[in-house]
Design a protein around this ligand. Structure first.
Ligand SMILES: Nc1ncnc2c1ncn2[C@@H]1O[C@H](COP(=O)(O)OP(=O)(O)OP(=O)(O)O)[C@@H](O)[C@H]1O
Length: 385
């Protein structure tokens, strides 16, 4: 017969088991509702795709546990933030991450006062020690901290200037990693204190591989051409491509809702739902080719009087359908540049008009008027006016 203590131990074990199962279930649900860009953010340097040169150099510095100040620059969604976070994790491990890494981005106030106070305070703070030898054996834990300044190109010039001294004074115990999209907005004296790493737009091959991996893990089917469609719409920005993929999967019902009934053991539907090119284009707000071609046709020279009325009608329809002016400019640009019936001399003039309208839109001009002006001016150039 089981003793009182046996029974008590068994009861406790059962309760523990239930608690563990409950936690596992909660973790599972959390990852399922997480945006995929976060769920599939590279966890180690080797998870970062398509930035081979940068990653090789960083892996060497990781082995030597010695980092220079760094400047990561390149287009959005190419892995800059993920790379420095993965590097920091590999250097310090989970226990030291909080005390050794300070991450500031544009949503934090980053005028000169922040550089003087927060950054300086963290830079000069003494290092905390690592408790166990086993932890030290697992992670290099070099004797310096890292300050990550994301979106550094939006820092004021004064704040950037103030950073120069801080970088030098505390360089023994602190390294800086500046991240930006536009390297020309970083003042020269700051850029020259850093090793520069350029992140390039993701090429078709690498982006395709990553998207297919994610689709497979999430059990989302992809029709022929869907991945290429995602990559084209995202223009080399992997974050955008992954977000489009998740939205498309949700639209076709291929994303399992947390807690929803599912047939598979892993919590996913057994039937694969597939994402098509059409769905991807809808999600990305791509204007159908026919619509753009109708506008191009209306812009061509005609013997039947002026083009104003047909152009105005096409533009009005586009605005009524809710297409964004930015998207019209992008697609019209592609249509005109690759149109072999338009002479090079005319294309030169047309490109000037595109750049002017693009600037106007960035400055906040009225979308309807801007597209109308663009179309009429292109039409004028095509008609030799
Ligand atoms: N090179 C890459 N390898 C693997 N995943 C990537 C890569 N680039 C981007 N991603 C995916 O896109 C997401 C966003 O990447 P990340 O934040 O590193 O981009 P970023 O270059 O810092 O962009 P931004 O300039 O807009 O801050 C990541 O969570 C990851 O899922």
């Amino acid at each position: 017969m089981a003793s009182f203590f046996d029974l008590k131990a068994r009861k406790a074990a059962l309760a523990n088991g239930a608690a563990t199962k409950e936690t596992e279930k909660k973790d599972g649900e959390n990852t399922r509702v997480q945006p995929w860009v976060e769920k599939y953010r590279p966890k180690t340097l080797s998870d970062v795709t398509a930035q081979d040169h940068t990653i090789t150099v960083l892996q060497r510095t990781l082995q030597a546990s010695n980092l220079p100040h760094m400047l990561f620059y390149g287009p959005p969604g190419t892995g800059k933030t993920s790379t420095i976070l993965a590097l920091a994790k590999e250097l310090y491990g989970p226990e030291l991450m909080k005390s050794r890494v300070l991450e500031l981005n544009a949503s934090d106030e980053r005028g000169i006062s922040i550089v003087r106070e927060k950054v300086k305070d963290f830079a000069r703070m003494q290092l905390t020690n690592v408790s166990s030898a086993a932890y030290k054996a697992r992670y290099p834990c070099p004797p310096f901290k890292i300050i990550i300044l994301d979106e550094a190109d939006s820092m004021t010039q004064d704040a950037q200037s103030a950073l120069r001294r801080t970088m030098e004074t505390y360089s023994k115990i602190t390294r800086f990693c500046l991240i930006c999209n536009y390297v020309t907005r970083i003042i020269d004296p700051l850029a020259s204190r850093c090793s520069k790493f350029r992140f390039k737009s993701l090429d078709q091959g690498n982006a395709k591989k990553r998207l297919e991996e994610i689709a497979e893990k999430e059990k989302v089917g992809l029709d022929e051409g869907a991945v290429e469609g995602l990559i084209n719409c995202a223009e080399g920005d992997l974050r955008k491509a992954i977000t489009y993929l998740q939205s498309a999967a949700r639209l076709v019902g291929a994303v399992q809702q947390p807690g929803g009934g599912d047939d598979g053991e892993d919590g996913m539907d057994v039937d694969k739902k597939t994402v098509s090119v059409k769905i991807v284009q809808d999600i990305a707000g791509v204007i159908p080719d026919e619509t753009i071609q109708r506008l191009v046709k209306a812009m061509r020279p005609t013997t039947l009087g002026g083009n104003y009325t047909p152009i105005a009608k096409e533009v009005e329809d586009m605005v009524a359908d809710g297409w964004s002016a930015g998207q019209v400019v992008t697609q019209l640009y592609q249509a005109v540049v690759y149109d072999e019936t338009i002479e090079d001399a005319q294309k030169n003039k047309i490109l000037l008009v595109f750049s002017e309208i693009d600037k106007r839109l960035v400055d906040g001009a009225d979308e309807h008027l801007s597209i109308l002006d663009l179309a009429l001016r292109i039409s004028g150039i095509l008609g030799g006016r």
